[in-house]
Ligand binder design. Structure first.
Ligand code: URP
Ligand code: ZN
Ligand code: ZN
Length: 457
């Protein structure tokens, strides 16, 4: 048996904090309490004086090994989970694309093969549904039974990923029957395509135009429509990557009326200004992600949504395409730039700075939105998202007096830029443990390739 005793730290869970010791045996937390001078025999002792112990981050929105937009995301399950671990995230739930000519079952199988033996932290999958072939619904039920209990649909990207409203209704019915959850990308794809085509016809082809082609109303309309469809199907849903004040309002109104819609936003919508779209040359392509970054009043509404509980999760939407790849595919036309940006490595640190240090949210709320709540939403709690007896020993030791500078120069993500370049975080993540094993120390990976396990949800 391996044992580790974390002594004298401040343990922060979503429900509160306490000064205590944490005993971990064989990868699981067995005791949270005061050990005094009686150290269990053979236990490695880690002195956590003046340190916070928080549950490892749970990032339920990543795109590793994802073929999209005529290319493949830059991080695979090895590099992407190394980046996650070094940034304090110990579980990812990744979007498995439905592959061309393949069923949902076959697509998930491919993703299992890509992750197994590669991932360095625990992982699960949401299966994306883009092609409703005969029998797709039975396959959804089978997948949910096998532990892949969430799915994603797109209301945008016609001809590539988009489904129509009737199909969303059909999928929701299947989701309801299987006890699974549906994640919805809410944007009015057809209107976006019209606006984008008009802009290109008017000679506006540069990467900054991406923002203009996807105005806030395209998200707000789709969110309202999806809520209506979900009510008609009598099956609630989960919105990914919300970016606007109107979307927060719509979700809040549904919740107040008793309809349990859940929703996330992402690090970049909270932390970044839309000003990058005004930059010279191809620079705005770094923020060609969907939905785009928004004006400050939307950012304020998102923070309020987190504070009030309307938004319960902050994800990274780590969908990494190198700057060079964006230029290769969309150098002449913003419509063909692959949509997405990196962030799995930066989410926990950026939120610590922007949320906790900037006094927008408490430490407990930080743990809630980065770990406990995503774990709850996707069937991982209390195994993940909690430091308590019986939970997996996924623990981050935080030095709140430390300092970290985020930069592409030092990152582990397989990327040639970082969206948060130069951000200074008033904290450092000194050690990260995944099921009791040290996986990262001072942002260096020290774990084992393939040590991550599939988590059935
Ligand atoms: O920019 C993004 N988000 N890329 C596509 C993947 C997604 O979640 O829509
Ligand atoms: Zn999406
Ligand atoms: Zn995404």
């Amino acid at each position: 048996m391996t044992a580790t005793l974390f002594r004298h730290g401040t343990i922060v869970n979503a429900h509160g904090r306490q000064n205590a010791d944490v005993l971990v045996e064989d990868g699981v937390v067995t005791t949270v309490g005061k050990f005094g001078d009686s150290v269990p025999e053979n236990a490695e002792v880690i002195d956590c004086r003046d340190r916070l112990l928080i549950p490892g981050g749970v990032d339920v929105h990543t795109h590793l090994d994802a073929p999209m937009f005529n290319t493949v995301t830059a991080d695979n399950f090895y590099t992407g989970t190394v980046a996650a671990a070094t940034g304090g995230t110990t579980t990812v739930v990744n979007f498995a694309q439905q592959l061309a000519e393949k069923t949902l079952l076959e697509s998930t199988e491919v993703q299992h093969a890509q992750a197994s033996g590669e991932a360095v932290i625990d992982y699960g999958f949401h299966q994306v549904v883009t092609d409703l072939y005969d029998g797709f619904g039975d396959h959804m039920v089978e997948l949910a039974d096998s532990g892949v209990s969430s799915f994603k649909v797109f209301m945008a990207y016609r001809g590539q990923l988009m489904i129509d409203d009737g199909q969303m209704y059909d999928i929701l019915k299947r989701v309801g029957a299987s006890g699974a959850k549906l994640c919805v990308h809410a944007e009015n794809g057809d209107v976006i395509d019209r606006i984008a085509n008009d802009l290109v016809e008017a000679g506006k082809t540069g990467p900054g135009v991406h923002e203009i082609a996807r105005p806030p109303a395209t998200e707000i309309e789709a969110v309202n429509r999806a809520i209506r469809i979900s009510r008609m199907a009598e099956v609630p849903l989960y919105f990914v990557h919300l970016s606007t004040n109107g979307a927060v309002d719509a979700v809040g109104e549904a919740q107040i009326s008793g309809w349990p819609i859940a929703a996330e936003t992402c690090t970049h919508y909270l932390a970044l200004s839309r000003d990058i779209y005004d930059a010279e040359g191809f620079e705005p392509a770094k923020a060609v992600l969907t939905p785009p970054l928004r004006e400050d009043h939307h950012r304020e509404a998102l923070w309020q949504g987190i504070d009030s509980g309307v938004l319960s999760v902050v994800s990274s939407d780590h969908c990494p395409f190198c700057f060079s790849e964006k230029r290769r595919l969309g150098g002449d036309d913003f419509r063909t730039i692959p949509n997405g940006g990196p962030g799995v490595e930066d989410r926990m640190l950026m939120l610590f700075e922007q949320g906790v240090n900037q006094r927008r949210i408490s430490l407990e709320r930080y743990v809630e939105v980065t770990s406990a709540s995503p774990a709850r939403q996707f069937g991982l709690f209390p195994k993940k998202g909690l430091i308590a007896g019986g939970s997996d020993a996924d623990i981050v030791i935080v030095n709140p007096g430390g300092s970290t500078t985020i930069s592409a120069e030092t990152q582990n993500q397989a990327m040639d830029y970082n969206l948060f370049e130069g951000s200074v975080v008033g904290a450092s993540f000194e050690r990260v443990y995944s099921r009791g094993a040290l996986v990262a120390q001072d942002r260096k990976f020290v774990g084992k390739k393939g040590a991550g396990e599939f988590v059935s949800r």
